[in-house]
Design a protein around this ligand. Structure first.
Ligand SMILES: [Zn+2]
Length: 120
């Protein structure tokens, strides 16, 4: 199922994380994706492992969907966040002891990390 850009924008405006709004599982589910127990972000120590969509999660902010300024290595994956949202991300991570995150300037990341990943 392809995902409609207007629906995506509306969902993000309504407070849904951009990565969820772009994810096919979210729109295929009856009430959200139903994968909350095995997928999630840095707040639960994961890099949205079940995410499936056209949006490159290593390149765009998982919260707002804009071009990201920071890469976040977490678990065995990578996600990204913009300057505006990184403080929120870090404060949520810091409230979860035991979760290890490396935040890097985007420029420090390899091109493969930025352009690769599980797109589509
Ligand atoms: Zn953002």
């Amino acid at each position: 199922m392809s995902v409609d850009a207007v629906k995506i924008d509306k969902a993000i405006s309504g407070g849904l994380a951009a990565i969820c709004a772009w994810c096919e599982h979210y729109w295929n589910g009856q009430a959200g994706c139903g994968l909350q127990n095995r997928c999630g972000g840095p707040m639960v120590g994961m890099s949205f492992p079940e995410y499936r969509g056209a949006f490159n999660k290593a390149r765009f902010c998982f919260i707002c969907g804009r071009e990201a300024d920071h890469g976040i290595e977490i678990g065995d994956g990578m996600i990204a966040a913009c300057d505006k949202d990184i403080p929120t991300v870090m404060s949520l991570i810091h409230s979860r002891p035991g979760v290890r995150v490396d935040v890097k300037e985007k420029q420090a990341l390899s091109l493969d990390a930025l352009l690769g990943g599980e797109v589509g």
